[in-house]
Design a protein around this ligand. Structure first.
Ligand code: SF4
Length: 309
């Protein structure tokens, strides 16, 4: 199990732009909220007040929230604390519930006809196959396929939804402002891009709508492209996977696309025995910076989920 000392925690908070946070008093538990996920952004709505044990002393929820409690600094701007997501459940240990998903046999990773060949490919064979792939319609608008980047023996794998405008032009994942925020998160974890971390997407080519704007990939596009990510995971053998955004999480975990975010975040899922933690996409965090606090809680959960040794 990794340790994460106070200095590193404060460095992560700074890199995430959280700045100083409030001390949470025992007598004033965090106000719970429920999150209803739309296609792109969760909408926060009032939720029933949880049982006292959920926010009481020593509860996992409070423990994660306490990670954000640092004293105000005269040199940094004041920010409002944001309560962590509390699932609307009566089970007090829901924050760290280990979701048991039976391991699939290795042979079961195939989802399309080209998969049997993919499962045997090396890195040097896989990338050119992706770059010339025509397995779905996304190849038609492709400037450059975005294969992925980073340490090929990385401990941390970060998975996003798909390339956007700039990624399509450059052939690299997570460029621009969202990429800069992700880079800051990686550096704060001590796994800067290219060192102990790898970044990839569910689909390798940019999905666009009729107006040429970014859109989520369809189920068929995901099914066509997912074997490439599966092969990347098999080659990397990461110790932890962080799914950035709802599409990445449900695709990787083979869950319904309409799965509420409350069933994704705050749990350690499994992909072929590898722990998976769902968090927010950096582009969403740029639009909703207050949710960086929740993203920090997700990273804390991911650190705890890394197998010991
Ligand atoms: S998105 Fe994936 S499956 Fe579709 S053309 Fe690109 S590489 Fe091939």
């Amino acid at each position: 199990m990794q340790t994460f000392d106070s200095h590193n925690r404060q460095r992560v908070l700074h890199e995430l732009g959280l700045g100083p946070m409030w001390l949470l008093r025992d007598a004033e538990p965090a106000i719970p909220v429920a999150v209803v996920e739309t296609r792109f952004e969760p909408v926060i709505v009032p939720a029933p007040v949880p049982e006292p044990a959920m926010a009481g002393a020593g509860s996992p929820v409070k423990s994660a929230w306490s990670e954000l409690e640092v004293e105000k600094s005269k040199n940094l701007p004041e920010v409002q604390p944001v309560a962590p997501v509390v699932e609307n459940t009566s089970e007090p240990d829901a924050w760290l519930v280990q979701e048991i998903v039976p391991d699939m046999p290795t042979e079961d990773m195939s989802q399309t006809s080209q998969e049997p060949a993919i499962t045997t490919l090396s890195w040097d064979e896989l990338q050119p196959m992706v770059e010339s792939c025509r397995q779905c319609g996304l190849c038609q608008g492709r400037k450059k396929a975005v294969f992925g980047t980073g340490d090929q023996q990385a401990r941390w794998l970060f998975v996003g939804e798909g390339p956007g405008y700039n990624e399509n032009l450059q052939g690299l994942p997570f460029v621009g402002a969202a990429g800069q925020l992700l880079d800051n998160m990686l550096k704060s974890l001590g796994v800067p891009r290219g060192e102990q971390s790898y970044i990839a997407n569910i689909v390798k080519c940019r999905p666009t709508d009729a107006q040429g704007k970014d859109r989520p990939p369809t189920a068929d596009e995901i099914a066509a492209c997912l074997p490439y990510l599966h092969r990347q995971i098999a080659l990397i053998k990461p110790q932890i996977i962080v799914a950035l955004g709802k599409t990445a999480a449900v695709s990787l975990l083979d869950m319904d696309l309409e799965t509420p975010v409350g069933q994704l975040r705050g749990k350690v899922h499994q992909f072929k025995g590898i722990p998976v933690v769902a968090s927010y996409h950096p582009a969403y965090l740029l639009r909703k910076p207050a949710d960086k606090a929740k993203a920090w809680a997700d990273l804390c959960l991911a650190i705890k989920a890394i197998p010991a040794g």
